[in-house]
Ligand binder design. Sequence first.
Ligand code: IMP
Ligand code: MG
Length: 227
Amino acid sequence: LLVKNPYMKGSARSLLLKWARSNSEWIWKSALLSYSGMNTPEEYWRLLFAEEKRMNGQIKVRISEEEVNARIAGLAAQISEDFRGEEVVAVGILRGGVYFCTELTKRLTIPVILDFIEASSYGEGTESSGQVKITKDLIEDIEGRNVIVVEDIIDTGRTLSLLLENLRARRPKCLKLCTLLDKPERRVVEVPVDYNGFQIPNEFVVGYGMDYAQRYRNLPYIGVVEA
Ligand code: IMP
Ligand code: MG
């Protein structure tokens, strides 16, 4: 609105535009905060600094690297036992499931084919019109094969239930779900979990593939960002 103001001309206008471009992220956040009804400057600053701190924050270890690895070894042993004498296709879900998928498959003692899929869901506003868009598809044809979907964390279950539906339509011999973490409190759509690493409370976690604004995926443990 400021930029379109007819009285804003010449160098004042170009200076303002330049400032807006270099501070666009800050401006959007401020606009969102004011739109959401937080009107005092103190509140702006408090929230903006909290966000800043989260981005550069200290990470507190929730589940240590040793604990995670031990649990993954346990899951791998169980899967190897359940599919003894057979081959499985491990389908890692990009991007969060990558670390877990590689650590898990490394420890399987049965033949395993590694593949990945990336999906994003839309139409979540209305329960029944939810659709999944496959943004990167499998390379393997999974018809008649044992498929294990490997996910980082199950939260609402929305994306995953649609993705499982999509994979089931390709008629695999069996379709199992293996997740490193499960947040059952947050579940909106029922998803059958066959293998689960840890059940956690409703808390935002990072590391071992999981991100906060694409950061922290590479942490070798599961942590929480302290605001
Ligand atoms: P949903 O189950 O469809 O709601 O989405 C689950 C996806 O959201 C996961 O695959 C993660 O990518 C992401 N997610 C959910 N909870 C967390 C979290 O605590 N930390 C990081 N990513 C999360
Ligand atoms: Mg994910």
